[in-house]
Write a protein that binds this ligand. Structure first.
Ligand SMILES: C[S@@+](CC[C@H](N)C(=O)[O-])C[C@H]1O[C@@H](n2cnc3c(N)ncnc32)[C@H](O)[C@@H]1O
Length: 251
């Protein structure tokens, strides 16, 4: 008698994980990651400020009016009934737009490392049963299904270098050779003649200590095995921003 594994059919190799997964890091109720508490307490943790800042007009101003076109590029990648993993909450109504775009037959899995941000996202998505929100670190979260789109929207520039590496590797680990795309939208190295460059230099110096690294380092440089993937980068607004798409190379 032959057991299924002994048939003469060529055996399918289970896809190898590119990088061994880190030990799961479950965030405790109320836990805030130390760099978020130390650097971003006012904008992401303090409830008074969070309430003031969580609006489209703030995102619009912070992104020098480029918010809509970058969000559109993200939303255009989402198919109806798509499965999307979003790495962090974003102020304004982007999470609602993503939930609407996947529709009732799709799935939106959203994680965020800060309890109050999780609560904001949950209340924005209360009407959308296709959306689930977790209090988790994007560096070691695993969504409950296989995403066909993973989006990091302005998260990487806010995390320390080691965390950038962990997040990029964790995202790539969830891309399959048979499909699935990651989209990183973030800061880049602005052209010398772009006046915003000099505003951002000051902002990075005083408020965003982890952002300047993205001016020097390609996002692919944070991956442990970049050559296993196809990377496509597009910049906009005189190189102030980058949108990087990544797919795993076929086996
Ligand atoms: C997406 S980023 C910046 C987005 C943009 N500045 C905005 O308009 O909201 C901000 C979010 O990242 C979250 N965050 C920071 N580190 C994280 C991590 N390791 N995993 C998941 N979320 C994280 C913060 O709690 C915050 O809600």
């Amino acid at each position: 008698m032959k057991f299924p594994a002994e048939t003469s059919q060529p055996q399918q190799q289970a896809p190898q994980a590119a990088v061994p997964p880190p030990p799961p890091r479950l965030l405790q109720a109320g836990e805030v990651l130390s760099y978020v508490q130390a650097v971003y307490e006012r904008i992401y943790v303090n409830p008074v400020w969070v309430r003031r800042l969580d609006r489209n007009s703030v995102v619009r101003a912070l992104l020098f009016l480029n918010d809509r076109r970058m969000m559109k590029a993200y939303l255009d990648k989402i198919k109806p009934a798509g499965k999307v993993w979003m790495l962090a909450h974003v102020y304004g109504d982007l999470v609602k737009q993503v939930a609407a775009k996947v529709g009732p037959a799709g799935q939106l899995w959203l994680c965020d490392a800060t309890p109050i941000q999780v609560a904001r996202a949950k209340s924005k998505l209360a009407h959308a049963p296709q959306a689930g929100v977790w209090h988790a670190d994007a560096a070691c979260f695993s969504p409950p299904g296989a995403p066909d789109l993973i989006c990091s929207f302005f998260l990487l520039h806010e995390v320390p270098e080691e965390k950038k590496r962990e997040i990029v590797d964790n995202v790539l680990r969830h891309l399959s050779a048979h499909g699935g795309e990651a989209l990183f939208v973030d800061y880049h190295n602005p052209s010398w003649w772009q006046p915003v460059r000099y505003i951002l230099l000051a902002v990075n110096r005083w408020l965003e200590p982890f952002s300047g690294a993205l001016w020097k380092n390609a996002i692919s440089s944070y991956a442990s095995h970049p050559d296993d993937f196809v990377w496509e980068k597009r910049t906009l607004f005189a190189n102030v921003y980058q949108m990087v798409t990544v797919r795993r190379k076929p086996d």
